[in-house]
Design a binder for this molecule. Structure first.
Ligand SMILES: *[C@@H]1O[C@H](CO)[C@@H](O)[C@H](O)[C@H]1NC(C)=O
Ligand SMILES: *[C@@H]1O[C@H](CO)[C@@H](O)[C@H](O)[C@H]1NC(C)=O
Ligand SMILES: *[C@@H]1O[C@H](CO)[C@@H](O)[C@H](O)[C@H]1NC(C)=O
Ligand SMILES: *[C@@H]1O[C@H](CO)[C@@H](O)[C@H](O)[C@H]1NC(C)=O
Length: 598
């Protein structure tokens, strides 16, 4: 649906390319023509089930290899004058033409992208380079407000046409950093708040996002398109949001780096909310450095989100940012990590366990100490022994100890606040959204299947549960808030203490949903790194590090150290390109195949 407009714009962008200051050899015109006539974008059927099914064309006049390029490499080519930001945007338009009918990672293309890129090229020509993201195209999950030609709807038709008061804080920060807003990524509608049994990655407006590793399977969510696009080289980097797993889970299922910061490090102002106590904006990149550049641009205190005041004195100076902590495998010498074995590892599927254990040996060989059995205190009462379940408290008879009790009440109140700032909409409350969904069963699936739609099998039961609370903060709510926060914070902090020393992180298998679930309730940060693919399905999984509040510096340091080790050691257990298994399949709902017990 975005493509017709984009094609016109790609051609309309042509004069801009020619007119744009071109520091290069003056062959930009031919370069642009070459880019716009890329040859066949169709799948190479002789390469089915391989990384060459959708070969990616080089970009720009001197054939820059954009596939798997790092942000630094793009920057270097632009500095040399052999690549422009306009060319990058055009190349990503073509890439989306090639891949989007298959993985559907882009919800809406930004018609201003080429103009923004041309402005960034002109600035560079005039001698200003704002930083590492100058001229780099990115997407944001479609629940982040942009005050421009794009809609902000969380994937729901209910909010189409609504006008936001301003850019989300994180979007304005990326614009300041010189990055180019390419468009908005598909997502699970309302970031998964609406239904408890649904097709992950689906929204009424956006359709079904898919993982390029196996299109039939759950792509992870709710920031599904943000992760899938980075995985498929359909964008340089992206932003997502997480309440409980929505950055870490799609990142690990798409073989990309996912960075989920402490709640309060990145402002949620202008982001369609779920729960003020757990929501956080995170980043996706193909490398740790790329994900950290994005984080560096967006963190900071914002007067519109009081939770961000908590970061005062706990973050690096903006100048050096978190990027100053990026390092190499030598940092592993003398480092010490804990393994919460019974809490998480014992729940991982056998193949993942074997592969991740292999990586643990490499980390040990690089000089790190690994302490087995540093458990999350009381993990048995905090999370389900079987799988991710955010109402586990209620399942064991204690709604006053359930995460869902908190989220249900928060959503009712937080969405009202968000909606109050919109104009040109009649949607003012959760009641209005629920009513809209009932009235539009055919698109929004207000009722459970078969009255509604198969993607929302259970209808809008999540919304109804929230509605029932009326947002009332009673004793049950406050007890649940106190319980979920303090038990998980103490649990992680205890596991991080070993013989009086704080460990450099807890290494965990993030395909086990209880890992990010405990971090989510605590509001603590987490990073996941690509760690391999499952032989039975082709689906990737990650290796993650958990830490305490505002310990992002440690995640950057040890995440980049382990990534460097993966590359230098020659192990196959690292990021690999997608093989597009099941590329002809369009099943909705996507399949949930439990490879292990998560
Ligand atoms: C969830 O939905 C699927 C169809 O997508 C259905 O087969 C399954 O029974 C549902 N699960 C529950 C617990 O209702
Ligand atoms: C950690 O300890 C458990 C037993 O508690 C054992 O089964 C597992 O293999 C150990 N893992 C590593 C990596 O040493
Ligand atoms: C939850 O309620 C039960 C009584 O039903 C009580 O024993 C327990 O202490 C409460 N939990 C919290 C965190 O207050
Ligand atoms: C993709 O996933 C489906 C569902 O689990 C599976 O049947 C299929 O074999 C997978 N494809 C490959 C090539 O692994």
């Amino acid at each position: 649906m975005w493509s017709a407009a984009a094609l016109l714009l790609a051609s309309a962008g042509l004069p801009a390319v020619v007119a744009a200051p071109s520091p290069g050899s003056g062959n930009d015109h031919t370069a642009a023509i070459a880019i716009l006539s890329p040859g066949s974008l169709s799948p190479r059927i002789e390469n089915v089930d391989s990384t060459n099914l959708f070969p990616m064309a080089p970009c720009g006049g001197s054939s820059f290899r954009l596939e798997e390029a790092t942000i630094d490499e793009m920057q270097k080519a632009m500095a040399k004058g052999t690549l422009t930001s306009v060319q990058l945007v055009q190349c990503y338009i073509l890439r989306n033409y090639q891949t989007d009918n298959y993985i559907n990672s882009l919800l809406q293309f930004n018609p201003d992208a080429l103009a923004i890129a041309a402005k960034m090229d002109a600035e560079r020509k005039a001698g200003t380079v704002r930083g590492p993201l100058h001229g780099i195209p990115f997407t944001v999950k479609e629940n982040m407000a942009t005050k421009d030609n794009l809609e902000t709807t969380a994937g729901s038709w209910a909010l189409v046409g609504s006008i936001v008061p301003r850019d989300a804080f994180v979007v304005s920060k990326l614009r300041e950093a010189g990055a180019v807003l390419f468009g908005k990524a598909t997502l699970s509608e309302w970031a998964d708040m609406r239904s408890n049994n649904y097709s992950e990655g689906y929204s009424a407006r956006g359709g079904q996002a898919r993982s390029p590793y196996n299109l039939t399977l759950n792509p992870g969510g709710s920031s599904s398109g943000s992760a899938a696009a980075v995985a498929a080289n359909a964008i340089a980097f992206s932003l997502g949001t997480e309440t409980d797993g929505s950055v870490i889970n799609p990142a690990e299922r798409n073989s990309v780096v996912g960075f989920k910061p402490t709640v309060g490090l990145t402002s949620r102002a202008g982001v369609i909310p779920e729960s003020e106590h757990q929501d956080t904006v995170g980043t996706f990149g193909r490398t740790v450095r790329d994900a950290v550049y994005a984080l560096d641009a967006i963190y900071g205190i914002d007067t519109r989100d009081s939770y961000t005041l908590a970061q005062k004195g706990r973050t690096p100076q903006k100048k050096g940012g978190y990027a100053q902590y990026l390092t190499t495998k030598s940092a592993l010498r003398g480092a010490a990590f804990g393994l919460p074995w019974n809490s998480f590892w014992a729940k991982a599927d056998p193949e993942q366990l074997r592969i991740l254990t292999n990586l643990l040996s490499l980390i040990k060989d690089a000089g790190a100490t690994i302490v087995n059995g540093t458990e999350i205190t009381d993990y048995q009462t905090i999370v389900s022994p079987d799988y991710w379940n955010w109402d586990y408290g209620s399942s064991r008879g204690y709604p006053n100890e359930s995460e869902y009790t908190v989220v249900k009440v928060d959503f009712y109140n937080n969405i009202k606040t968000y909606l109050s700032e919109l104009s040109n909409t009649n949607i003012r409350s959760l009641e209005d959204i629920v009513q809209y969904n009932y009235e539009n069963d055919g698109t929004e699936g207000g009722h459970p299947w078969p009255l509604g739609i198969p993607a929302f099998y259970s209808g809008q039961d999540g919304f109804l549960a929230s509605l029932e609370t009326k947002g009332v903060k009673d004793q049950t709510y406050y007890q649940a808030l106190e319980f979920t926060q303090s038990s998980t914070r103490n649990g992680i902090d205890d596991a991080l203490m070993y013989k009086g020393r704080r460990l450099n992180g807890l290494l965990v298998p993030p395909d086990v949903g209880q890992t990010y679930q405990i971090a989510a309730q605590a509001g603590y940060p987490m990073i996941t790194l690509p760690a391999g693919v499952h032989s039975a399905t082709g689906m990737p999984f990650g290796l993650a590090i958990m830490q305490t509040a505002f310990a992002e510096k440690e995640l950057v340091k040890y995440g980049s150290a382990i990534e460097d080790l993966q590359i230098k050691s020659g192990t196959q257990y690292k990021r690999t390109k997608p093989k597009w298994f099941g590329y002809m399949k369009r099943n909705v709902p996507v399949l949930n195949v439990y490879e292990g017990s998560d």
